[in-house]
Design a protein around this ligand. Structure first.
Ligand SMILES: [Zn+2]
Length: 428
């Protein structure tokens, strides 16, 4: 580590009051999702902050009241040196009316070495650390040869892919760090996809016709969509069990590949035979699987069950996978993220972590999902690395260890510096 960086790491510690103040400022912006559509102010603040530190800003509405902000600090030798994306979401978990917070969820305080407030762990602490690292690098007059891109995104808590929008807009880099809650582990993740399965009858029947459609000699070829859905739910349970038995992934307990029937809707009212039934499922899969694959597995399994049923064979269930928002189109996708532990950026980050914390780096898999998977989907190698624990995230009196926040800021600062000083050609 060079002397200038060693000095800056010392400064992070000496100036940690400024870091805490910055985190508190971010927490004071009330950005729970749901209800969402409340991030304009915090994004204006972050855009302004980045602009002051020599970033150019690209800002656009993902939804009205929920803009994405991307700051770009072009490297002095972009062509020759590695580029880096640092990504974080500004929305926070929703607050219930009756939650008993020490102060308010948006009135941050520091107590016993912890910063308390909604988003402290997930993930305004991480964003504050990243911004503070950027500030110190810029104040020291350091010009990075490689490009540095800071993505401040919206909607993560409700499956609104602010990060997907950044990828679709063409932002690409040699590596990405999602500074979401990981307790300073370097993490990958399994994925999640939601889907709707619909059983629909082309005809609608009166309740009084039921005898004819279920008993001998009735000669009415119809079905109750709710009852047919029961068969499908049973099939999903069988597939879920089969996956639990057959699929494993190192670092995960077996059986993580669940299929949860989360919501069911169907029928008109008591005078009808239900002519439509819709089931909303949540599917978890391992890091080495894709959402397209697991959706396909479910479809073909269920279609074989449908084949064995005289009515479903003629009226096969329909599938609709994913979506871009739990609020708008009632669906979401979090792609999986595998970690290549031999990737030069992963090795570099791990070794910086060890130097700064004097502790071995833990590389493992997050039990939850973050925006990290989108980078994988767009062929950008990435990891999750941020302060705070999942036990704290989303909890009442959510908090982050101030010491860990300082350490995170030091590691990230050093990593930004080193990675953006790495030649694209460099061999490992
Ligand atoms: Zn998060």
């Amino acid at each position: 580590m060079n002397e200038q960086i060693a000095m800056l790491l010392k400064q992070v510690d000496e100036r940690k009051e400024e870091l805490i103040e910055l985190a508190k400022t971010l927490i004071r912006f009330e950005t729970p999702a749901p209800p969402a559509r409340n991030t304009s102010d915090i994004q204006a603040f972050i855009a302004d902050f980045l602009q002051k530190h020599e970033f150019t800003i690209d800002q656009w509405d993902v939804y009205p009241g929920d803009p994405n902000v991307v700051g770009i600090r072009k490297g002095t030798e972009s062509e020759e040196y590695k580029s880096l994306i640092v990504n974080g979401h500004v929305d926070v978990a929703a607050i219930a009316e009756d939650e008993q917070w020490q102060t308010g969820p948006f009135e941050p305080v520091v107590e016993d070495g912890f910063l308390i407030g909604r988003g402290a762990a997930d993930m305004k602490g991480g964003i504050a650390g990243a911004l503070f690292a950027i500030q110190l690098l810029q104040e020291a007059g350091i010009r990075l040869p490689g490009d540095l891109i800071f993505q401040s995104v919206i909607g993560e808590e409700v499956g609104e892919a602010g990060t997907l929008q950044c990828c679709k807009r063409g932002y690409h880099a040699d590596f990405a760090v999602v500074v979401d809650t990981s307790n300073l582990h370097i993490q990958g993740q399994g994925g999640v996809i939601t889907g709707w399965i619909t059983v629909k009858s082309p005809q609608t029947f009166h309740d009084a016709t039921r005898r004819q459609m279920i008993h001998a000699g009735g000669r009415l070829f119809g079905a109750n969509a709710i009852e047919k859905m029961m068969k499908i739910i049973q099939g999903l349970q069988e597939l879920e069990r089969h996956w639990a038995v057959m699929k494993t992934y190192e670092g995960y307990p077996p059986g993580m590949t669940t299929i949860n029937p989360a919501v069911i809707e169907g029928g008109r009212h008591a005078a009808f035979i239900a002519d439509e039934c819709r089931l909303w499922i949540t599917v978890h899969f391992y890091p080495n699987e894709t959402h397209q694959q697991v959706a396909q597995e479910i479809e073909s399994f269920i279609m074989r069950i449908a084949e064995s049923d005289p009515w479903l064979r003629e009226h096969p269930p329909q599938f609709q996978w994913g979506g871009e928002s739990m609020i708008v189109d009632r669906g979401e996708i979090f792609p999986s993220l595998e970690i290549d532990t031999d990737h030069p950026a992963v090795r570099r980050l791990a070794s910086i972590h060890e130097t700064v914390l004097q502790r071995e780096t833990i590389i493992d898999m997050s039990p939850t999902v973050t925006d990290g998977g989108w980078f994988s989907e767009f062929q950008i190698p990435a990891v999750i690395y941020g302060p705070g624990t999942l036990e704290e995230a989303h909890s009442i009196n959510e908090k982050v260890d101030v010491e860990q926040l300082v350490q995170f800021t030091q590691v990230l600062l050093s990593f930004i510096y080193e990675w953006c000083h790495t030649e694209k050609q460099e061999l490992y």
